[in-house]
Structures are given as structure tokens and as C-alpha cells.
Design a binder for this molecule. Structure first.
Ligand SMILES: *[C@@H]1O[C@H](CO)[C@@H](O)[C@H](O)[C@H]1NC(C)=O
Ligand SMILES: *[C@@H]1O[C@H](CO)[C@@H](O)[C@H](O)[C@H]1NC(C)=O
Ligand SMILES: *[C@@H]1O[C@H](CO)[C@@H](O)[C@H](O)[C@H]1NC(C)=O
Length: 827
């Protein structure tokens, strides 16, 4: 028995694998089958599924696979039946020569789980070769002097078959001189000798032809024949003798062509031509004939073709040495080819899971790799490694199988594909290695939520914007693949001032551009916030949100509003200016507000038209009207001013108002003013009252004058009651009046005395208390300064109420009351 070494050799990391075999329940059993040589392709050898006890359905699901050590695939699996069938011609003689038993071996793999079975198929001999002689004719020269009983060895017939199918016997055609003796030689098998039975007589018969047949024991038996031509001669006593019956040499498979492998040598004791030995091959297989040549004279056997251990580990040849007269002897030459590390490992990828999901757990199997190395011994011992990658590792599995698994989590967003280079190296000297690159694609998982580029967004919109105005644009990025990274934007429903935010803003779901839906009004609200959600299209989707603050900026869309003198209603309000007013004295004040803010609410006052241009000036920002020079008698009594109030916006807006001034110390002096300040609304009652008052007064005056005439007179001059004074009726403040911080519009402190209005003949008393500072800060209750009652009429106290929206009414003093008071005063 001559098993090829290394057949059951176990992979690269022997120790690891043995550990494997004992720890992991892989089946690892031998299956032994038998087949007769020369069967037709497709003939059934065995039922693998049955032999292994695997159900036929699961059998195919487990991808059965055969791996041969050599190059020829003798067997295959029938894909329908699961039977092991013959795939290539099996010639027992070619494969094993004379070796018995003759077996073919291969590995049989099943996956899921990976299983290895070693299958040994014994090849049975069939009688496919007849015995044959090396030559068609054997020429013998026999001296006529030869005595009876002399034996002549005949080249034995050879039959490459074994056992009973090899040569079993010889037979000789009937003749007068020779019989046959058959012998058995342990080395060469049965051979025949001609035995001289009856003496020869060259003169009678110098040539004898005999037919020698060799037959085997097969069923049916086969035979081969050779013609023996005998030339009757003089004697040749000695046959050549080889120095060894068998020559055995070891030759490395990589020796160069032309190398002498072995030299056979035989000697013949005879002299002359009878002792001259020549060599020749007998029975040479075609393969050997192509590889070896024999020098006829020297017996040198040299190499003329390349050896391959993996194909033919050994050769057997027979060499015949013949002397000049044809006497021959033969020997056996066995050339054992020794293995050299001439085969690099071959890396085969048996299964590959690509693309692999990026959330695959550590240790997920990526591929099963099988490494094949046809060499034996250390030269066939393979180790496998991965180059430059910490993400993957190789685990040795059964026999030259490795599983490539992940060693870390993969992240498609960092690296979307890997080229994993695997190196297989054998342990021969020098060692050979090969590379294989596995391309692994990482499949996406929706593991990233969209991320906004900014932590928060601010947008500034000028009020009175057009609907559809693009307010700002938000962007969120999602590194995932395709729909897992496709971002959609939406507004989170919320309310602004009680109104859904969607009625203010809309967002383009694809681009993230936010549009205004309607114009904004700064005076209504100045800012609001909205949440924008970015959502990807994965399943389930991931989202994130961001706050967008929208700031509305002011536009000069409100013109100044005159609070005093009040523009509507009693627009003919007239200010009294005492005749004694000197240069610089305060005459009146225009008060205006602007609902805008900042520059847009910074007001300036200007006199655009006046009766006497040199007489009055107005403070540019205070709105205070002052006498520019002392008032003289020559000045007209009626002074009209047209004042324009302008804000500082771009472009600026302005309003004008008229102020009527009356230079007089006494109401009574200006009867003609009535028409200018007469008011229809409440004048009727007032006129009646005045008529009554005048009548009563006249009556009284007359009466009093009479009394005075009667009595001594002591005269009395009426005291000037009022000074230049200004009323600032807070009731005129608009309800939405807003703080105008820092603009100076109404900041100065004004301190006015109460006065009796001269605004009309209707004798309205208007009251203004002095109050301080910060004219009307929104949200604050204005407080009156302590009332200086000294020259104040007895008014009820007043409250300013928040925002100036409400304000207790001015005390209206009935004209009747006035007259009574006047009379009392006279007294
Ligand atoms: C992997 O190899 C392929 C082909 O050789 C190449 O196109 C690709 O860019 C490589 N990928 C990486 C990540 O190196
Ligand atoms: C998106 O992610 C899911 C898992 O979250 C995955 O099944 C799907 O294949 C991914 N889509 C793409 C286009 O990669
Ligand atoms: C917005 O995002 C924050 C954290 O980023 C999260 O706590 C909150 O729930 C999100 N709001 C909505 C309505 O999705």
C-alpha cells in the first residue's frame, strides 16, 4: 500500500484546527465506496445523501461540493439525484500502476453548518488490458550444439491489470523441438522459458518459428502473442546480468530536463558480440516514454520531459539488456518523484455575503474561503491573513477553510466598500503565497437623523413684506444613502398670537426655504419663533428639529400722530398768550407720537407758516412753542402757526397741524374770536348760559355800581389768573401708544401749571396737572406730581390709567357755575 502522503493533512493552523475539531461538532467521517475502473461517464458510484444520512432536500440546500487534491475531477454530484457519479475516465492502471489496492480520495463538503467528509473510492480492476509482449517478434539465435534441457528465457508478457487479470500462463504453438516451462518471479510475475526438448540441427532446419501466447485469468480471458524466430547458430553461453534487479531512485520534481536520473548496468560474460550489451526499454507507458530516454549503450536514463509530483508521484519501467546474439535480461526501474513547493496556494471564495448591512453584529460571516495547495508536507501547509484591515478577521475552520468575519462595527457613512486582500502563504522553503481581493459593499441602514447646519436660525423680515417673500432657508444633512438620507422639511404646528403658524409661514419641503404667507406688521408683533422639523424618508424615519426666530423689522409706515393740539373735534382750540410774555417764554407745545420705532419714530417739529414769522419758534425736537421776542402792542392779536411734524424714516412721513394763539390778557377782549373758535356741538347750551350770565352779570354790575356809587369806592383790579400754560391732555393718547424709548420724542420734563383754558368762549376748563418725565411709558401707570393747589382751582384728582388708554375726564365746569363763582369773586 502506498498512500500519498499528506492526504489527510489538516490546514494551516493545525493546532487550531484540531482544537476546532474537538470543540465544534463538525462531522468528520470517512465514506468508503468502491468503483470498477473504466466505467462510463455518469455511472453511479454511490448515494452521497443516503450514505451520510442526510435528507435529499436539505442535502442540496447545503450546497454539496467536492474538492479534489489533484487536477482531475473523477467524480461529481448528480444535481438531480444527489448520487455520486463518474465524471472522468478512471484508469486504474494509469492511476495506481501495480499498486493494490488502488483508491481515489477527495473531500466532500456540506455547508450550513460546514461539514467535511473524506471519501475514499476503491478502484476495482477490470480486465481491460490483454497481456502483451514488448516486441512483436523475438529473435533468438541458438547454437546447434545446445543440449536438450537447455533453457532460453523469453521476455515475459506483461498485463497492467492486477490479480487474476494479469498474466496467468503461456502456451506455445506445437513444434518438434521446444517445450515451455513457466515460472513465477516475485518481482516480475510469471515468465516462460523455452526448453530444448529435441536437439537442433542447423543443417536440417536453420530457422524455426514459434508462436508464444500469454493469457490472463480474466473473464473472458485475454491473450497476447509473440512470434519467436529462432536462428540456429553456434553457442552463446551467457546472458547479460544486471547489477540490481530493481533500481529505485528519488528525483525532485523540479530537476531540469536532461538530468541523468539513473544508470542501469548489466554485464555479459561472453566475449565479442555475444558479450556486448545494449539496453532498451520494454513495456513503457506512453507517459514514461515521453518523459524518459535511455541510452542504448551506457544505460543512462535521462529526463526529457517535466516531472510533476502532483500528477505522477512515481514511475515504473522495465529495461532490457540484450547481448549481441539476442540473449536478454531485464530489470525494473522505479523513479519516485519527490514533492517540491512548486504550487502556490489557490484562494477560492466559496460564499460571499455582499452587500453586508452596516449594522451587522461583530462576528458576522462575510465569506467562506477555501485555500488549495497541491503540494504536500509543509509545502502544502497554508496560513491565511488579511492585509491592512482591523475591521475583519479570518477564523480558521475545518481543513483549509477560513471564515472571514467582521471584527468591528461597520459604518457605511465612513466607508461604504472594502477591498479585503487575503494572503495565503504555504510553509515550503521558499514559501509561496498568493493574494485575493474580496470586494465587500456595505448596505445602508437608516442610522443617522438629519442634522441642521445651524443650531438655530434667525430671520429678519421687514414689515409689509409681500406674501411669498422668502424669509430664510434651513438646511439639514443626512449622510445615509438614498431615501434614508433624503430630507423633508416641515413646520411644527404651533400658534403665534393665537393663530396657527401656518398662516404666517410655509416651508418648501424639499428645499427648506421658508416663505411668508402674509405681510407682517411690526406694530402688531415684533418676533415669533417656529420649529422646523427635518425628517428623512427611511423606515422608520428619523427626525430632528430646529428653532427659527423670525424678527420683523420696522418700516416707516406710520406717520406722526398729533396728540395736541387735538386735530379733530375742537380743532379751533386757541392758546392765550399774555401780552406781557417776554422773549423765550413758553407759549404752547405740540405733542405728537409715532407708532413706528427707532429713527422712524424720531420726530422733529417745524413751523412752516406763521402769521408773524419772527414772533414764535418751535423746539426742533421738543415741540415747545416759545416767544422769540417780547410781545409788543403792535403785534397782531391773532397769531396762527402751521406746524409740520416729521419723523426721521426713509422716506420720512409728516403731519401738519395748526396752532391758534391769541395775544390777550382777557377773554373778553376778543369777542371776534368767537367765530374762529366757535363750536357747534356744545355751543347752544353754552350760548344760552352765557346770555344768561351776561344778563345776570349786567344786572348785578349795575346793581353793584350803584352800591359802589353809594358807598365809597375802593377799587380793585382783577388779578391775572393765567400764565402761559399748556395742557397736555393725556386722554388724547392713542390706545396703542407705544414706548418710544430713547427717541426723545416726549422725554423732557414738562411742568405746567394748571390754567383756565382760553380755548373757547365756552368756558371749558381744561386741567392739566404737572407731571414728570417719561411721558407715557407703556404699561406703567402715570403718576401725577403732587398737586400744587396754590393757584389751582378745586379740581378732583386725576388718575392716569395704564397705557394712557383711559384717563379720567377733564373736569368740565358748568358755565353757570362759573358765573356764580365769578360773582362771588367780585365780592
Ligand atoms: C476597490 O477596488 C475596485 C476595483 O479594483 C476599485 O474600483 C475601488 O475603488 C476600490 N475601493 C476601495 C475602497 O479601495
Ligand atoms: C434604508 O435603511 C433601511 C434600514 O433602516 C434598509 O433596510 C434599507 O435598505 C435602506 N435603504 C437604502 C436605499 O439603502
Ligand atoms: C425637538 O428636538 C429636541 C431635541 O433635539 C427633542 O427633545 C424634542 O422632542 C423635539 N421636538 C419634537 C416636537 O420633535
Amino acid at each position: 500500500m502506498d498512500y500519498r502522503p499528506g492526504n489527510l493533512y489538516i490546514g494551516a493552523q493545525g493546532r487550531a484546527l484540531i482544537y476546532f475539531m474537538f470543540t465544534i461538532p463538525f462531522c468528520f467521517g470517512d465514506v468508503r465506496l468502491s468503483v470498477v475502473e473504466e466505467l462510463k461517464r455518469g455511472s453511479v458510484v454511490g448515494k452521497m445523501a443516503q450514505d451520510l444520512g442526510v435528507d435529499l432536500k436539505t442535502f442540496f440546500a447545503r450546497s454539496p461540493r467536492i474538492e479534489f487534491d489533484g487536477s482531475k475531477r473523477y467524480f461529481d454530484i448528480n444535481p438531480q439525484t444527489g448520487e455520486l457519479v463518474v465524471n472522468d475516465r478512471i484508469d486504474r492502471e494509469e492511476h495506481c500502476g501495480q499498486r493494490q489496492p488502488c483508491s481515489l480520495q477527495f473531500d466532500f463538503f456540506l455547508e450550513n453548518p460546514l461539514e467535511l467528509h473524506r471519501v475514499v473510492v476503491d478502484v476495482q480492476d477490470s480486465n481491460d488490458n490483454p497481456p502483451s509482449f514488448s516486441n512483436e517478434q523475438i529473435n533468438l539465435e541458438i547454437g546447434e550444439s545446445a543440449v536438450t534441457g537447455t533453457r532460453f528465457q523469453i521476455d515475459e508478457a506483461l498485463d497492467p491489470d492486477v490479480g487474476i487479470n494479469t498474466v496467468q500462463g503461456y502456451s506455445l504453438s506445437p513444434n518438434a523441438h521446444f517445450t515451455l516451462a513457466v515460472h513465477t518471479n516475485a518481482e516480475t510475475g510469471k515468465y516462460a522459458e523455452l526448453v530444448l526438448d529435441k536437439e537442433l540441427d542447423r543443417e536440417k532446419e536453420d530457422k524455426i518459428s514459434l508462436l508464444l501466447a500469454a493469457h490472463d485469468g480474466g473473464n473472458p480471458p485475454r491473450s497476447g502473442t509473440v512470434m519467436i524466430n529462432i536462428q540456429v547458430l553456434d553457442a552463446n553461453d551467457n546472458i547479460p546480468v544486471f547489477t540490481q534487479t530493481t533500481y529505485r531512485v528519488n528525483v525532485a520534481e523540479n530537476v531540469p530536463l536532461g538530468t541523468a536520473v539513473v544508470t542501469v548496468s548489466a554485464s555479459d560474460a561472453d566475449e565479442g558480440a555475444n558479450g556486448a550489451v545494449s539496453y532498451e526499454f520494454s513495456h513503457l507507458s506512453t507517459k514514461s516514454r515521453n518523459l524518459f530516454s535511455l541510452d542504448q549503450k551506457t544505460g543512462d536514463i535521462t529526463l526529457k520531459g517535466p516531472l510533476d509530483y502532483e500528477e505522477n508521484p512515481s514511475f515504473e519501467m522495465r529495461v532490457k539488456a540484450k547481448d549481441g546474439s539476442g540473449q536478454a535480461a531485464s530489470c525494473k526501474v522505479i523513479v519516485d518523484v519527490t514533492d517540491v513547493n512548486d504550487n502556490a496556494p489557490v484562494i477560492l471564495i466559496k460564499s460571499l455575503k455582499s452587500p453586508l448591512s452596516e449594522n451587522a453584529p461583530i462576528g458576522s460571516e462575510v465569506a467562506i474561503i477555501y485555500v488549495q495547495d497541491k503540494d504536500t508536507g509543509p509545502s502544502g501547509k497554508v496560513s491565511c491573513s488579511i492585509q491592512h484591515s482591523t475591521k475583519f478577521k479570518l477564523n480558521a475552520s475545518i481543513k483549509n477553510h477560513f471564515s472571514l468575519v467582521t471584527a468591528e462595527y461597520l459604518d457605511r457613512e465612513v466607508e461604504s466598500e472594502y477591498n479585503i486582500t487575503i494572503t495565503a502563504t504555504d510553509e515550503g522553503t521558499p514559501s509561496l503565497s498568493s493574494l485575493k481581493t474580496i470586494q465587500l459593499v456595505v448596505a445602508d441602514v437608516n442610522d443617522n437623523a438629519p442634522v441642521f447646519e445651524e443650531l438655530f436660525y434667525s430671520a429678519y423680515v421687514t414689515e409689509n413684506n409681500k406674501p411669498g417673500f422668502s424669509v430664510c432657508s434651513v438646511t439639514a444633512r443626512d449622510p445615509d444613502w438614498r431615501q434614508n438620507g433624503t430630507v423633508f422639511y416641515s413646520l411644527l404646528p404651533s400658534e403665534v398670537n393665537g393663530v396657527p403658524v401656518s398662516s404666517y409661514l410655509s416651508i418648501n419641503g424639499d428645499t427648506g426655504v421658508i416663505h411668508a404667507v402674509r405681510p407682517f406688521d411690526y406694530e402688531q408683533f415684533r418676533s415669533f419663533k417656529v420649529q422646523v422639523v427635518a425628517r428623512d424618508n427611511g423606515s422608520p424615519p428619523l427626525s430632528s428639529n430646529v428653532t427659527v426666530s423670525v424678527f420683523i423689522t420696522d418700516e416707516n409706515d406710520n406717520s406722526p400722530q398729533i396728540l395736541y393740539p387735538t386735530p379733530e373735534g375742537n380743532s379751533f382750540m386757541t392758546e392765550m398768550v399774555p401780552k406781557a410774555a417776554i422773549s423765550g417764554s413758553l407759549v404752547s407745545k405740540v405733542i405728537a407720537v409715532d407708532a413706528d420705532s427707532g429713527q422712524n419714530a424720531w420726530l422733529s417739529y417745524q413751523i412752516v407758516k406763521s402769521t408773524d414769522p419772527g414772533l414764535f419758534t418751535i423746539g426742533l425736537h421738543s415741540g415747545e412753542i416759545r416767544a422769540q421776542r417780547d410781545i409788543s402792542e403792535s403785534d397782531s392779536m391773532k397769531q396762527n402757526l402751521v406746524i409740520s411734524v416729521k419723523d426721521n424714516g426713509q422716506p420720512s412721513l409728516s403731519t401738519t397741524c395748526a396752532v391758534y394763539l391769541l395775544i390777550s390778557d382777557n377773554l373778553a377782549e376778543v369777542p371776534e374770536l368767537k367765530d374762529m373758535s366757535y363750536e357747534e356741538s356744545n355751543s347752544k347750551l353754552t350760548s344760552y348760559l352765557i346770555i344768561a350770565l351776561v344778563s345776570v352779570s349786567t344786572f348785578f354790575l349795575t346793581f353793584i355800581i350803584l352800591i359802589i356809587a353809594v358807598r365809597l369806592c375802593h377799587r380793585r383790579k382783577p388779578r391775572l389768573l393765567f400764565d402761559g400754560a399748556v395742557a397736555i391732555p393725556s386722554a388724547y393718547l392713542p390706545p396703542n401708544y407705544a414706548d418710544v424709548d430713547g427717541t426723545g420724542t416726549l422725554r423732557s420734563t414738562y411742568n405746567y401749571d394748571a390754567y383756565m383754558t382760553t380755548g373757547s368762549r365756552t368756558s371749558d376748563f381744561k386741567f392739566v396737572k404737572s407731571y414728570n418725565d417719561n411721558t407715557l411709558p407703556s404699561g406703567t401707570t402715570l403718576k401725577r406730581s403732587p398737586v400744587d393747589n396754590s393757584d389751582c382751582l378745586n379740581f378732583t384728582s386725576l388718575d392716569f390709567i395704564e397705557n394712557g388708554s383711559k384717563f379720567s375726564t377733564l373736569v368740565n365746569i358748568n358755565p353757570g357755575f362759573l358765573s356764580i363763582f365769578f360773582i362771588i369773586w367780585l365780592f
